[in-house]
Design a protein around this ligand. Structure first.
Ligand code: ADP
Length: 333
């Protein structure tokens, strides 16, 4: 079997993105999607930073809800699928935008998940809305409402193709950096238009992780941020993520401890909930020579912001959790 002919297209598309960061956790429920979404918002609170979130938790896509994008659909434009925009400088792509309803279950085996992740990488025009927002608004009438076209019957129909795909889509989007071939031909280099892409993965190390790492091998993943709670049971599983990253040659940007202590909404004092309440992730990082990126406390207002589709760092800039999000950004940027 020869090399995958789609890889150069993916590389071309992804050259629009300066830094591609995986967010991983060993366990579900440790707050990975919340962290990814709130970190995205925290990046985007700097209006000069263009940020995208790609949700590849295909069986449990919760990023759109947390970003306040429930019931949104994606559009197909002449240059591919357009992601859904939260604001001028924050956008998102998720399988949730393709489902007939919010309660639809995606029951797919590996190859189908692999196919959708490839489409996200190859067919989504991450630059479109950011570069040509006004033009796209004018084109609205001609856009396909993919979801309506697919509504009904069963979930296996979630295999829409954008109006253009493959080479056509890739060439319609300005290549941001040179491919090896282009470089040899002396084509001019272009700057990436997206600063950060945060990729929310499912818990554990499964098909989705193998797919994304394989497809982005040539484009270059900057690294992975690993999320854990202070509890031993979560710390043990994060060791598996570390082992996965090391086997797959994915750089580990560092480990974040989430749900570390509790900030009382009444007195704003910090209490410890779990045992050990904090410190395990830092000790793990010291043991394994990894960067410790910080501790985010439990704060019920984080859940509230997620339910309302709001940015926590913008709503509660003085919260220790906001400081923790911003510290993570400083440490990985
Ligand atoms: P995962 O993606 O790891 O499965 P979620 O992001 O869905 O986890 O988070 C699980 C629950 O924990 C959600 O209800 C979310 O609002 C809550 N949560 C996550 N992090 C925090 C935090 N630091 N403070 C308070 N609630 C949190």
């Amino acid at each position: 079997k020869g090399p995958d002919p789609d890889l150069p297209i993916i590389k071309e598309r992804m050259s629009a993105v300066r830094r591609k960061i995986l967010v991983m956790s060993g366990k579900g429920g440790v707050g990975k999607s919340t962290f990814t979404a709130q970190l995205g918002w925290a990046f985007a609170s700097n209006e000069d930073t263009q940020t995208a979130i790609m949700d590849i938790d295909i069986c449990g896509p919760s990023i759109p809800t947390i970003l306040g994008l429930s019931n949104q659909t994606i559009h197909a434009t002449s240059s591919g699928w357009s992601p859904v925009y939260v604001s001028d400088n924050l956008c998102c792509m998720s399988v949730a935008f393709l489902l007939p309803s919010q309660t639809s279950a995606v029951i797919w085996r590996g190859p189908k998940k692999n196919g959708l992740i490839k489409q996200f990488l190859k067919d989504v025009d991450w630059t479109g809305g950011l570069e040509e927002e006004e033009e796209e608004e004018e084109e609205d009438e001609g856009e396909l409402q993919d979801r309506d076209a697919r509504r009904g019957e069963d979930d296996m129909r979630i295999t829409p193709a954008p109006e253009t795909n493959g080479h056509a889509a890739a060439t319609a989007t300005a290549p941001a950096t040179l491919t090896e071939g282009d470089a040899a031909a002396g084509a001019p280099a272009k700057q990436p238009v997206l600063d950060y892409m945060l990729i929310d993965t499912p818990p554990g190390t499964s098909d989705e992780h193998l797919s994304i790492v394989g497809f982005l091998r040539e484009s270059g993943i900057d690294g992975a941020v690993l999320l854990t709670t202070p509890q031993e049971v979560s710390l043990q599983d994060v060791r598996k993520e570390i082992s996965f990253c090391r086997k797959m040659n994915v750089r580990i940007l560092g480990v974040v401890e989430n749900m570390a202590g509790f900030v009382c909404p009444a007195c704003h004092g910090r209490s410890d909930i779990f045992h050990p309440s904090t410190g395990g992730a830092k000790a793990l990082c010291e043991e394994l020579g990894l960067n410790f990126l910080g501790s985010i406390p439990l704060d019920p207002r984080i859940g509230k912001c997620c339910d309302l589709g709001e940015s926590f760092v913008d709503e509660y800039p003085d919260s220790p959790a906001s400081h923790a999000y911003l510290d993570v950004i400083e440490r990985i940027k």
